[in-house]
Design a protein around this ligand. Structure first.
Ligand code: NA7
Length: 544
């Protein structure tokens, strides 16, 4: 069942970031025709759009790359422990060229809708160019953090200066020289951008709603000898990544924070702080993200570091986070807290006095007005469901995904890969998979390989339709929530919970059982003939 015409494909893939490109590669390798549609004018996804100053990956570069090609692993060298956005984008371009992927990607093309036709067992995909294409399989590779969120501030349209969202940064760059810049938001993006913008701008005003925990990244150039060793041992490293909790080959120390004396804890945390990195603090003990009392100890350690770093006590006080450490995305930085010691940086607490409106000349809060030439929105994304809901996806009986999931309050998936009522649709790194709480590269490769194996199996077994069973997805969704409820994640208002978007329903949408366990579950499902899915040879004859 191979389709060859220009408008009919075995699979349509939405998005040419890391997941969409690898999906294309695998589909081709397994003999299927595929077309990727990409809104941008080039490959890269997240790394194409997020070009703000300081943008960098906080997973070590040696783990944040494809691992499917030995040749590619040998050819590419990352310059630093944490790669900057331009280097990651060059890598993606290199991969696209190396495997000749671009010829099956249609750029500058947004998928507006995708509708499943039950009689024909085809997805009809409507593009913004006016074209329509069809495919047996519809695969979303839209990313988890691609629907940028500019809060609906009153008066933004009146602002006379420039404004930019970090996730939609102009390709020609932005000149901060001599400008009074305001930045709203202190998540990962804000915390990466603030130190860099502060060095260039005349003055930087940071509008902070929630102070964040952040620890030093301690980025360094990669030593060629170290890279050589990594290459030599990559198959072991890859195996560890795949069976780890987060896709990074590190595990928490198997010891409770209460098993150590206060002096020993201090020593352990200090060592982790000096070492830097994403997980060193969190993995110092095994109960920091589970027990409130344990979490309070690491939280206080970080607050003490903030007090030590920031010279003015009244500024330090405003920067002290009070929620459970790690329940908003863990952040690592380069000179973030130090930046508040600069004369040209000021901090405004907009929790105390919220932003009332944007005026022609700046930002007005409940108690003051700030004159600005430029505003940077580091205000995040409508995560997980946001990118999917931007497409009008309709399954059986014309029911839309948005309707099925009640706008996000009733997300139901089986393994985060499929959802009942939407046959032959796969979501790469979808809600209720480990996705954003893992090394995305590991999760992407696992999903892509699982989906392409599944499509090959369908072809070999003369099956035409695969659809998640409702009871299987209810069990899976409940399981995801049960695991999350055992942690502190659900106790904090975060974008993981949908809490950053006005009117969005709250609910935790990530599988927290770990990427290793998740992989085992997905593999078992496949080995048992895709148990939990209904496979049908034609629309009518169910075989599983
Ligand atoms: P985040 O982590 O969602 O951060 C957004 C920031 O913007 C955060 O500090 C928000 O405060 C703030 N925000 C959002 N809306 C407003 C309004 N209306 N007023 C004031 N402040 C606001 O997005 P990032 O882009 O930094 O990071 C996203 C992910 O990308 C990151 O976690 C990594 O996985 C990579 P809040 O905390 O909601 O009070």
């Amino acid at each position: 069942q191979k389709s060859n015409s220009l408008t009919d494909f075995d699979a349509v893939v939405v998005g040419a970031g890391f997941s969409g490109l690898y999906m294309l590669y695998r589909l081709r390798e397994t003999g299927f025709t595929a077309r990727v549609f990409e809104a941008g004018d080039n490959v890269g996804g997240t790394w194409y759009w997020n070009r703000y100053p300081g943008a960098r990956c906080d997973v070590e570069s040696i783990y944040y790359n494809y691992t499917f090609s030995e040749e590619l692993l040998k050819e590419w060298s990352w310059s630093a422990k944490y790669a900057e956005q331009p280097e990651i984008l060059s890598y993606i371009n290199y991969v696209a060229d190396k495997f000749d992927l671009r010829r099956d990607v249609q750029f500058n093309t947004r998928v507006q809708s995708a509708q499943y036709n039950e009689k024909k067992n085809r997805w009809t995909v409507q593009l913004n160019s006016g074209e329509k294409v069809s495919a047996q399989y519809f695969i979303t590779a839209v990313g988890c953090l691609s629907a940028s969120n500019v809060p609906k501030f009153k008066g933004l349209e009146n602002f006379k200066g420039e404004w930019h969202h970090t996730g939609h940064w102009p390709h020609e760059g932005v000149d901060f020289q001599g400008k009074r810049v305001g930045i709203i938001g202190t998540g990962s993006s804000g915390i990466q951008a603030i130190p860099v913008i502060a060095k260039e701008a005349k003055h930087l005003t940071v509008f902070q709603r929630t102070p964040q925990y952040s620890s030093p990244a301690r980025n360094t150039p990669n030593d060629p000898e170290h890279l050589k060793n990594i290459r030599k041992n990559y198959s072991d490293i890859r195996a560890k990544m795949r069976h780890s909790i987060t896709g990074i080959p590190e595990e928490p120390r198997n010891i409770s924070v209460f098993d150590d004396s206060p002096e020993e804890r201090q020593r352990v945390f200090e060592e982790a702080w000096q070492k830097g990195g994403l997980l060193n603090l969190t993995y110092s003990y095994n109960d920091l993200s589970i027990t409130p009392e344990a979490n309070a100890i690491v939280a206080e350690f970080i607050r003490s570091k903030i007090r030590e770093t920031v010279i003015k006590p009244e500024v330090a006080e405003k920067l002290l986070p009070r929620f459970y450490y790690g329940t908003k995305r863990t952040i690592i930085d380069t000179d973030y807290f130090e930046t508040y010691n600069r004369d040209n940086v000021s901090l405004v607490d907009v929790k105390e006095a919220p932003i009332q409106e944007i005026t022609a000349t700046g930002v007005k809060t409940e108690d003051a007005e700030y004159e600005l030439d430029m505003i940077v929105f580091a205000t995040g994304f409508d995560a997980m469901t946001g990118p999917l809901f931007k497409i009008d996806i309709r399954g059986k009986d014309g029911v839309s995904l948005k309707e099925k999931w009640a706008g996000g309050s009733h997300t139901r998936t089986y393994l985060g890969l499929g959802t009942a009522g939407f046959p032959n649709m796969f979501m790469l790194t979808g809600p209720e998979s480990p996705s954003v709480l893992s090394n995305m590269m590991v999760s992407i490769e696992q999903h892509v390989e699982w989906v392409s194996d599944c499509i090959s199996y369908m072809c070999d077994q003369n099956q035409a339709v695969i659809e998640a069973k409702e009871d299987a997805e209810n069990t899976w969704s409940n399981h995801c929530r049960e695991i999350a409820d055992q942690t502190l994640f659900t106790k904090t208002n975060s974008w993981y919970m949908g809490a950053n978007i006005e009117g969005k329903a709250r609910g935790f949408q990530i599988y927290l059982g770990g990427v290793g366990t998740y992989r085992t579950i997905c593999d078992e499902v496949a080995e048992k003939g895709y148990v939990g899915f209904i496979l049908t040879a034609s629309e009518k004859s169910a075989v599983n």
